[in-house]
Design a protein around this ligand. Structure first.
Ligand code: DGY
Length: 364
């Protein structure tokens, strides 16, 4: 995604990058996705980083992750956690642009994408409710959102000799604190001590969250794979995807919509509580068609037309990554305030899906 700071392939970044390449050079889009899939584990898990290159500019590198401890790890060097599953809808967007010329490629990658979703629904849906968990803040993508502050407070991570490189590339004021990094690395050390076994992680990880962003993107990717699977005539896979989708739809709103905040929020499975905070993730369910039209209207009116996210354009743009009226809002520290264009692309499409055309244009 970025020279120096991010010198490898990051799972969801690669999805968005493939979308960009889809407009410029579709062969590069295919290469981006194929290369990422080389990092897939034998159980379908798709890691958040594929170390496709040698580079010394990033911490934690492959030696820290040490994923060879897992019986499922591939030959390729990778991290041991995943990231929001965007490839299902990315490939669908590429299909919409390139049509049948892309069918061979879709047939080639479909099994890997299906296996990833199967992994998530099989190993990460603890209560069989179609809502998969994430076990690390880096799995969320929203690395340092203030939502996690409550989790870190409950964790007594040891101190580590951190070999941070990120702050050599960008201003430390834009990055997480050292204490936050100690929690991030502590989680990695725990997963390593459990040889990356899902059952142990599910039973013991102090970070165990049902994330509205991750789950909404999984559902939007299910939608893409259902459509493409039908084109490929893969009846059994389509039927399974439809079952997962139905289960997710049944529980998503009930569990993750906060009437208090009039927005979707995160659920902390380890402590059985909602994490009541509004962030850009809160609105991504629009992208997957999850809220009813009336709930969508409630969210949009409450937050964008007259509420917390609706400040004058020169103050904050739609959509800040975190609630601009919160004490935790920080306009400089990436997921604590600043806009991420990719997230807003999701929001743009979500608003259009529900007929909020003018607002979508504003975001665009
Ligand atoms: C980082 O190192 O900041 C990455 O976002 C982790 O995935």
């Amino acid at each position: 995604p970025c020279e120096g700071l991010y010198p490898f392939q990051w799972n969801w970044d690669s999805g968005f990058i493939a979308l960009g390449w889809g407009l410029l050079d579709v062969e590069r889009a295919k290469m981006e996705i194929r290369s990422l899939l080389l990092g897939q584990w034998q159980n379908g898990f798709l890691p958040h980083i594929v170390f496709h290159n040698e580079a010394e500019t990033y911490f934690p590198g492959p030696d820290v992750w040490d994923v060879g401890r897992s019986r499922f790890a591939p030959e390729k060097k990778t991290s041991g956690i995943t990231q929001p599953p965007v490839l299902g809808f990315v490939v669908e967007f590429l299909y919409d642009r390139h049509g049948d010329a892309l069918m061979d490629f879709i047939a080639e990658v479909f099994p890997a994408l299906y296996a990833w979703h199967a992994y998530l629904y099989t190993h990460r849906d603890l209560h069989n409710e179609g809502l998969v968990y994430i076990c690390h803040n880096w799995e969320a993508g929203t690395d340092n959102t203030p939502v996690w502050d409550a989790i870190w407070e409950g964790m007594d991570s040891p101190s580590y000799d951190l070999n941070r490189r990120d702050t050599q590339h960008v201003d430390a004021a834009n990055r997480p604190s050292n204490r936050e990094y100690e929690h991030y690395i502590h989680l990695v050390e725990l997963f390593k001590s459990w040889d990356y076994e899902d059952a142990k992680i599910g039973a013991n990880s102090p970070f165990l969250i049902q994330d509205p962003l991750f789950n909404a993107l999984l559902m939007r990717s299910n939608e893409g794979l259902i459509r493409l699977g039908k084109l490929l005539g893969l009846e059994a896979e389509v039927a399974r995807l439809e079952q997962w989708q139905e289960r997710s739809l049944k529980h998503f709103h009930k569990k993750l919509y906060s009437p208090l905040n009039k927005a979707y929020v995160y659920y902390d499975l380890r402590n059985e509580r909602r994490l009541e905070a509004v962030s850009s993730s809160s609105f991504v369910p629009l992208f997957a068609g999850i809220p009813s039209p009336s709930i969508a209207r409630e969210m949009v009116v409450h937050h964008f037309e007259k509420g917390r996210f609706s400040g004058p354009r020169d103050e904050y743009y739609l959509c800040a990554s975190f609630d601009p009226t919160s004490e935790a809002f920080d306009p400089g520290r990436y997921w604590r305030g600043p806009v991420w264009v990719n997230l807003n692309w999701l929001l743009y499409h979500g608003l259009r899906r529900y007929g909020f055309g003018a607002l979508a244009e504003n975001v665009r």
